[in-house]
Design a protein around this ligand. Structure first.
Ligand SMILES: [Zn+2]
Length: 1003
């Protein structure tokens, strides 16, 4: 920002403040944004209110140093009728050794609600394992009584189309309304402090008569979900109980948090796959809340990462970035004034990816906030020793945490509550300002086509993309994005093509098309709707410059959903699209299903749908399903190789299945004369490690969602099971993430004590998904041998990323190697690939380019040898010193020239062919039928990056991405990309499921 920009920004801010103050005077608000009062004045107590002496004494006792508490939380107000958290906990919130289950937490909130008219508890849904999720509303009884009418007013501010974008009407509503501040706790199960902090916070908000607390509860509704990851919370409490029952021993790691994923439950705000994400967003939107504030524990002592660091997400309203600054600046200033060390707001968290739970608010016209506080992963009081990057003083952390501290759960609860109380106070004081912003952001989202654009995104009516389009539209529907469908074809003007400076079109090249027509039935995502921003952020492409000053992106840098779903999405800037005839699609499930004809045969064209395997398993045993090996025409339709031909099935049985799986079938009168093989429904085992279950959890979720059955086994099972092949046809070894073959084989070190993961009376929530008497042993050498036998006896092993490296390192993928990365940099990007072998069953249904998610740019090389030996190619050859120019040949004198055979010139995805000399008596030479087959390769450099960050991409460009290796009678499928990731990579799912239903026919 230049000085001039700054002046302008301040002028704009000042005008905004004046507007707020004007409104504030209208509504007799005694505070305003510009008038800071000293903390002692703002947060003074009610001298008449009695104190709960015994509770207060225990707060003091459990706080390890006076500086680690504030005047806001160093006492507890007394109430004769309302129970304190001690009623359920048996001690104060944050007491050592006390970690309540979700049920106990809920019991307290329900006791509170029963005793106080200022508290109400609502069930907001359930988890994958059926545990309840709740929200607790706290405010004056009069506010709670008006919550419904208030919600109806907020709904109009949230959708300014209802108000015809009339600011005067909006301002009248702002004056009558009060905002909702939504706080969510313990999404990350080992971050354990939030629930008790929130129990006590709710008590304070309901009971404390300090003027500032009265002000909060009379001006805003505080909404609290004390436990977001309920399944993980209960497992975490089990672990803690085990730890307390086994003093002096190491305790088991929390290998499962939620049913499917661990830490990534806070990366689901884009694809919306988890119940907790859906429940929180639905609650946030039902209440028309203005803030979603998520509580974490990984940074000492309180990092309000709301401001964080750049780059900021490019699709949010600039109003939001200012709100972040305002809230965090006041919040941290208050913490400073209380003398609490280690509170800061800048730091290493970039605000680029919108995958975090809090971002549900950021992209739905609200305010996203997140605290990282400090915790011990349980309720023990511990001496904590920080690293220099944590305790050093820096420009944004002038009052850093102590290098060493005795830290208690109570300290954590003091920090969380103090920061939240002061944040709620500031927000309540400026309630009208933030409500007005809420309206403004919603209005600007509706006005997007006329401002930044685009006008709309279009998914053109296209039978071959239908299934993946549905998957993408379902995500948008879960995000509460409105979807329309063209009732007639519409033509839009295309923007002129972007051309690099000075680049002239080649003479003779036809001009690019200037318009595009979308057929009737195309799906339209209008950008003149309140939630245009979330659609824009998901459907647009991302570019992270290698020159960006931020060198360590916090998470993925690219996620463009049109690419990842392999469903072409057109970004339309022509506003004419908005007046094309279209009708809303309020419910995707109500789109009429295609008619199913009389049969007796049906063909489901293979267009790389996610759910062909779902249909094959559903029809297993009750119909004849075969797969064609070539393209063919029938009944006026073209069918691609890999299409399903179904016979011996009733239309009435097929129709509901097609509907369930978003598939369509063409009825044909006779079996087509095309080469086919039977569709396989192989017996699948899913092998997990005990090191980490999250990355495989995303795969497990996809298989469950698609009803593809599997046995869930661990590396320990495989180490004990000699005859795997008699039980299974396919073993899926999904990525473990950042691990090595040595760790997979070795497991955890065997010294120390046994670490069980079992269902017992002490740990009733462990050992359900899988169990072991000891987490430590890995696959072991026996397991490696069993796995090799399995493949050699004809099994298929599916691997990706680090498990592909494992297969290579263990010698199960002869001729496949990891390409050296040199100075390559990829951080969670979308890279383009191309089909190399379009006859290969794994690539059935794909034509041309296939966008892939790449975590770090892993790519392969292939060889005709089992050893990675360089064979000189034409590209590497450098002519020796001698006669002639640099491109001429040397010629010896005194004899005729003897022409050398040409050096091989393979492509980057091909093996270098060996000559007779190199092949002769070479024990490393792989027989032709056992050489690896490359199915997909990464695109050439100029087409490689679709979204995200790519720097020095040579080591990945054109290199193999998906390879089938042959080992004995079986095969190993190796993915350099992660084809099943965070519910976002729908476009590459079929690569996996094609391999499954074509089991036995992959060669
Ligand atoms: Zn966390």
């Amino acid at each position: 920002m230049t000085h001039k920009d700054l002046q302008l920004a301040f002028a704009v801010r000042f005008l905004a403040l004046c507007a707020v103050m004007e409104m504030a005077t209208l509504t007799l608000v005694p505070f305003s944004l510009s008038a800071q009062t000293p903390a002692t004045e703002t947060f003074q107590r009610d001298p008449k209110q009695a104190i709960d002496e015994s509770y207060t004494q225990l707060i003091r006792k459990y706080t390890t140093a006076p500086a680690l508490n504030s005047p806001l939380t160093d006492y507890l107000p007394a109430s004769s009728s309302i129970p304190t958290p001690a009623k359920v906990l048996g001690d104060v919130a944050g007491a050592p050794d006390v970690l309540p289950y979700a049920e106990e937490i809920y019991r307290y909130f329900r006791l509170l609600a029963a005793a106080s008219p200022r508290v109400k508890v609502f069930t907001i849904g359930h988890t994958e394992e059926g545990r309840e999720m709740i929200a607790v509303a706290v405010a004056d009884a009069s506010l709670l009584a008006q919550a419904k009418e208030n919600g109806a007013r907020l709904a109009q501010l949230a959708d300014p189309r209802i108000l015809r974008l009339d600011d005067a009407r909006a301002q009248a509503l702002v004056r009558q309304s009060f905002p909702v501040y939504y706080i969510t706790g313990t999404i990350h199960s080992p971050e354990t402090g939030a629930p008790t902090a929130l129990m006590e916070l709710a008590y304070r908000l309901a009971v404390d008569n300090a003027p500032y607390v009265q002000y909060i509860r009379s001006h805003i509704i505080t909404l609290i979900t004390p436990v977001v990851e309920v399944d993980g919370r209960d497992r975490m409490v089990d672990i803690y109980k085990w730890h307390k029952a086994h003093p002096g021993q190491n305790w088991p790691r929390l290998v499962y948090w939620g049913h499917y994923v661990a830490h990534d439950n806070n990366r689901d705000a884009m694809a919306m796959t988890l119940d907790l994400t859906k429940n929180v967003l639905n609650t946030y939107l039902e209440w028309h809340a203005q803030v979603l504030h998520d509580l974490h524990e990984s940074v000492p002592y309180l990092y309000d990462n709301t401001v964080g660091d750049g780059p900021y997400n490019s699709w949010i309203d600039p109003i939001l970035t200012d709100e972040w600054s305002m809230l965090a600046s006041d919040n941290m200033a208050r913490m400073q004034s209380f003398g609490m060390p280690g509170a800061f707001t800048h730091g290493n968290f970039d605000t680029w990816s919108p995958g975090y739970l809090m971002f549900l608010a950021g992209l739905h016209n609200g305010i996203s906030r997140l605290y990282e506080t400090f915790g011990n992963g349980g309720a023990d009081t511990e001496k904590r020793m920080l690293s220099p990057d944590q305790y050093s003083r820096t420009w944004y952390r002038p009052n850093p945490p102590y290098p060493t501290v005795l830290w208690s759960q109570r300290d954590n609860n003091n920090y969380e509550q103090t920061a939240l109380l002061s944040a709620l106070s500031y927000f309540a004081q400026n309630a009208k300002f933030f409500l007005n912003n809420f309206y403004l952001k919603s209005k600007r989202s509706v006005e997007k086509p006329g401002n930044a654009g685009p006008a709309a995104y279009v998914l053109a009516q296209d039978n071959r993309s239908w299934n993946r389009q549905m998957e993408l539209l379902k995500v948008l529907a879960l995000q509460h994005v409105e979807i329309q469908r063209l009732t007639q074809a519409a033509t839009v003007a295309l923007p002129p093509p972007s051309r690099k400076d000075g680049e002239e079109p080649k003479p003779g090249t036809p001009p690019p098309p200037s318009s595009q027509t979308f057929p009737a039935g195309s799906f339209i995502i209008r950008m003149d709707q309140p939630f245009s921003r979330v659609a824009d952020a998901l459907l647009d492409r991302q570019f992270w410059s290698p020159e960006d000053p931020q060198k360590t992106p916090y998470d993925d840098t690219g996620w463009s959903f049109g690419d990842l779903f392999n469903a072409k999405v057109s970004r339309v800037t022509d506003r004419g699209i908005l007046s094309a005839p279209m009708s809303p699609v309020p419910d995707l499930s109500q789109i009429p299903a295609a008619e199913v004809g009389p049969g007796p045969f049906y063909v489901v064209d293979n267009s790389a749908q996610v759910s062909l395997a779902s249909l094959v398993y559903a029809l297993q045993g009750s119909a004849d399903v075969s797969i064609c090996e070539e393209n063919f025409d029938s009944a006026g339709h073209k069918f691609a190789a890999g299409s399903l031909i179904i016979g011996r099935v009733e239309a009435s049985r097929l129709k509901p299945l097609l509907r369930q799986f978003d598939l369509t079938a063409v009825s044909i009168a006779s079996q087509p004369s095309v080469k086919v093989h039977s569709a396989a429904a192989p017996r699948i085992a899913f092998m997990h490690t005990w090191l980490n279950t999250q990355t495989e959890g995303w795969w497990r979720m996809a298989f469950d969602e698609l009803h593809v059955p599997f046995a869930y086994i661990s590396t320990q099972t495989v180490s004990k099971e000699a005859d795997l092949r008699s039980k299974y046809d396919v073993i899926v070894f999904a990525p473990v993430a950042h691990t090595s073959a040595r760790q997979i084989v070795g497991g955890l070190p065997m010294w120390g004590n046994v670490l069980p993961w079992q269902t017992t009376s002490l740990t009733p929530n462990l050992g359900k998904l899988d169990s072991t008497e000891d987490l430590r042993p890995g696959l072991g050498e026996a397991g490696v041998a069993h796995l090799k036998d399995f493949v050699q006896q004809g099994g298929l092993l599916i691997t990706a990323e680090d498990t592909a490296q494992f297969a290579i390192d263990e010698g199960m993928a002869p001729g496949v190697f990891v390409a050296p990365q040199k100075t390559l940099k990829v951080v969670g990007s979308v890279l383009n690939s191309a089909v190399v072998d379009n006859k290969h069953p794994v690539a059935y249904g794909y034509d041309g380019a296939v966008p892939l998610y790449s975590a770090d740019g892993l790519a392969f090389t292939v060889s005709n040898l089992t050893v990675n030996r360089d064979i000189l190619t034409a590209k590497e050859y450098k002519r020796p010193t001698g006669r002639g120019g640099p491109d001429e040949e040397d010629t010896p004198e005194g004899r005729p020239v003897e022409k050398a055979p040409p050096l091989p010139a393979p492509k980057a995805w091909q093996a270098t062919p060996l000559n007779e000399e190199q092949e002769r008596n070479n024990p490393f030479l792989i027989p032709a039928e056992y050489r690896p087959q490359v199915i997909l390769r990464y695109a050439a450099m100029k087409d490689l990056l679709l979204s995200g960050l790519l720097e020095n991409g040579d080591p990945v460009a054109e290199h193999p991405a998906v390879v089938q290796a042959h080992f004995g009678k079986g095969d190993v499928l190796l993915f350099a990309n992660n084809p099943v990731y965070r519910g976002e990579t729908i476009g590459s799912y079929a690569l996996i499921f094609n391999s499954i239903i074509n089991f036995g026919h992959l060669k």
